[in-house]
Structure formats: structure tokens, C-alpha cells
Design a protein around this ligand. Structure first.
Ligand SMILES: Cc1ncc(COP(=O)(O)O)c(C=O)c1O
Length: 382
């Protein structure tokens, strides 16, 4: 067998030296304070059984999609799901993608054109960065959640690029920070400057909104954006994603988004699971209310343990405690894990050097006892 290329070995060695070598974890049976399963839907029996009954009632026994959606993979559940999604999220239309990663690379590689400009928050998810990287538009980052910086940059670019379409992209809840931009100010700025606003709601779905429709709906801003990206692999507990926008946007993506066109469609049982999860959140707020109670309790315990100043302010299910340095954050997470809590270290290069952190993901199924205990353990580490 040929030797593994030396240049690649050198890169792995460098990662190891920086204490940043990624390895796949094995299931550990610890108290879950790290998954994106905010509402416990990934293990929800009712959702599982209803998904099976959706397939049963329709006599669907297929295991796979058999092809891309433009060829043989567009089974009947897609239409039903996309109608339900556009209703649920209050958008003109919805187009389902195989994942949030696919949705973002599909959108950003296809929509902004060569002469256009994309502004993105410096901390947006890798899938958005990768999509922009695949596209042909010029792109500039703006400071995290800094609408004024964005506004200044748009003005500067407008001076020389009168005819460019401008796209602005950010997240309504940041995956590695848990915080949110001032979405009202962002919408107002984009309206004034004539920019197309795109919001990734991956970590807001299921958590914000009357029925979990996301933060844009909660703020009644859903009609004021060009597009939203919603994902189903987090609070909805399944897999897949959708881009919400106008009928024209849907038609454009069907024609030009390569991550939509050149891939096999989702198997019917995945679509039935998303349908079932949407039906479940429409029928009950039980899990969402419990999650909200736990978020409030977590925040009150942060105060009680004098930990507030170490955390990035957040109202979402994601709460991050800054612990500088890969070595230290890894050690602290190991100590919490030894005490029974699954808390993951988020290390550089996933986050900027010096901004390493412990990421606490809260769930509807976490108990107050667990939350108090883990924060007590954490306070003893400082
Ligand atoms: C903000 C954001 N967008 C998109 C994605 C990708 O979604 P998916 O896991 O469905 O590929 C993630 C996943 O971590 C995310 O955090």
C-alpha cells in the first residue's frame, strides 16, 4: 500500500501538537448537555410511531428515494411536507434539502452572482462560509452582531458598485455562542440599503416562536427577509433542512442549486419523520415550555453561582462558558464528564484562538437538579 502523503501527515501532526486533533466520540451514557436535541424529539416515541403511521396510511413501503428529486426521487411526501412547511413557517414556499449544510452551500453558491456582494457575520456557520466560497460574488465579513459595522461597509461598497445586488447573511441564534443579532435593526438596515437579507434559523427552530417557528416569526419579521434556512436535525430531532422564500426563489434553486440537483432525494421515512415532528409541535407546546423553564432556571443558577460574567449572554438553548486555551477547556470538559455531565469543549480552530469554550446545550428533558449540579461543579473549577 502507498504511504499516506507526507503533507497530510504533517497537518495531522500539527493538529495533535495544538491539542486540536478531532476524533469521533463513542456514546458515553452521560447526562446530555451537549446534543442539539433541544426538545428530546430524536427519542420521542409519539413522533416515531406517527411517522410510521403516516407511511402506513399511504401504503409507502419504499426504503429509498431511488434518484434525485428532478429525476425519480420526488415522492409524494415531498409536496405534502413543503406545503406544510410554508404554512407552518409563514413563507411563500419551502424547498427541502438533504441537510442544512446542503441548503447553505446550495443557496450561497447559486444565488449571489459574479457582480454581487455578500456580507456575512464573522461567526457564521461553516456551511455558509463554504457556500460563499463556492460562489462567484465578492464577500466581506462584518463584526459579530454589529449592525453599524455592516451598514458602514454596505455604504462603502455601494459607492463603487451601484448595480450590484447585495446579500446579507447571519444566524438568528449562533450555534457556537447562543447569542442573537438585533434582528429588528438588521431588517431595518437591509430595507434602507436595499439589501437581500438571509437568516439561518437552525438553532432557533423549535426554541423560539409560538409553536417553534423560529425567532423571525416570534419577532413578526418573517415577511421581511429574502430567505430563511431552517433545519430539522436539531430541535426537530430528525434530519434535513428547508429554504423558505418566494415561489421564484424556489424555482431558481430547483434550477441552479447544485447541492439540490445532483444528489439522491431523502428516503420517505425521513420525510415522514419531519412531517410527524412538525405535527407534534403544532399540537403541543409541552416540550418547548419545559425547555424555556430550564433556560430561565439555568440563567438564575448562573447568577446564584456568580458565573454570569464567564458566559456569553444568551436567551437560547445554547450557553457558552469561555475557558481560554485548547488544553484547559479540554481538561475542564473531561472533569465535568468524569462527574457524569456530557459537556463538550469547543476548541480552536472551530472557534477563534483565545475564545475556546465549554458549550452547554439545554433540553426540555434536563432536570433542575442536573442543572444546579453541573453549575456547582463548574464554579468549583474556577
Ligand atoms: C447555523 C447552522 N446552519 C447550518 C447547519 C447545518 O445543518 P445540518 O446539520 O442539517 O447539516 C448547522 C449545523 O450545525 C448550523 O449550526
Amino acid at each position: 500500500m502507498m504511504e499516506f502523503p507526507k503533507k497530510l501527515t504533517a497537518k495531522l501532526t500539527e493538529r495533535q501538537a495544538n491539542n486540536a486533533l478531532r476524533k469521533l466520540p463513542v456514546p458515553n451514557g452521560l447526562i446530555d448537555l451537549s446534543s442539539n436535541d433541544y426538545l428530546g424529539f430524536a427519542k420521542n416515541d409519539t413522533i416515531f410511531k406517527n411517522a410510521a403511521s403516516i407511511l402506513d396510511k399511504k401504503g409507502i413501503t419504499a426504503n429509498g428515494a431511488t434518484g434525485s428529486r428532478l429525476l425519480t426521487g420526488n415522492n409524494g411526501l415531498y409536496g405534502e411536507l413543503e406545503d406544510l412547511l410554508s404554512d407552518f413557517f409563514g413563507s411563500g414556499s419551502a424547498l427541502v434539502f438533504n441537510s442544512g449544510y446542503d441548503a447553505n452551500i446550495g443557496f450561497f453558491s447559486a444565488v449571489p452572482q459574479r457582480t454581487d456582494v455578500v456580507f456575512y457575520d464573522e461567526l457564521v456557520h461553516a456551511s455558509i462560509r463554504d457556500g460563499i466560497g463556492l460562489g462567484r460574488a465578492q464577500s466581506y465579513k462584518f463584526k459579530h452582531n454589529a449592525v453599524k459595522d455592516l451598514s458602514r461597509q454596505i455604504d462603502r461598497v455601494r459607492e463603487s458598485k451601484m448595480d450590484s445586488d447585495i446579500y446579507v447573511v447571519t444566524e438568528s441564534v449562533f450555534s457556537m455562542d447562543g447569542d442573537s443579532p438585533d434582528l429588528e435593526a438588521l431588517v431595518a438596515t437591509c430595507e434602507t440599503k436595499g439589501a437581500y437579507l438571509v437568516i439561518d434559523e437552525a438553532h432557533a427552530v423549535g426554541v423560539f416562536g409560538k409553536k417553534g417557528e423560529g425567532l423571525m416569526n416570534e419577532l413578526q419579521l418573517q415577511k421581511k427577509v429574502f430567505a430563511r434556512i431552517v433545519t430539522f436535525g436539531k430541535a426537530m430531532g430528525c434530519h434535513g433542512a428547508a429554504i423558505l422564500g418566494s415561489d421564484s426563489l424556489k424555482s431558481y434553486l430547483v434550477n441552479f442549486a447544485r447541492s439540490f440537483i445532483y444528489t439522491t432525494g431523502m428516503p420517505p421515512h425521513s420525510l415522514a419523520t419531519i412531517l410527524s415532528a412538525c405535527e407534534h409541535v403544532s399540537a403541543t407546546n409541552k416540550e418547548q415550555n419545559q425547555l424555556r423553564t430550564n433556560i430561565d432556571f439555568f440563567k438564575s443558577e448562573l447568577k446564584a453561582h456568580n458565573l454570569e460574567s464567564h458566559f456569553i449572554p444568551s436567551n437560547s438553548a445554547v450557553h457558552c462558558c469561555l475557558v481560554e486555551g485548547n488544553e484547559k477547556v479540554k481538561k475542564w470538559s473531561q472533569q465535568l464528564q468524569e462527574n457524569g455531565f456530557d459537556i463538550k469543549p469547543i476548541m480552536s480552530p472551530t472557534v477563534p484562538k483565545g475564545k475556546e469554550r465549554l458549550r452547554f446545550c439545554l433540553h426540555s428533558f434536563n432536570t433542575e437538579k442536573e442543572i444546579s449540579a453541573v453549575l456547582l461543579q463548574l464554579s468549583n473549577l474556577f
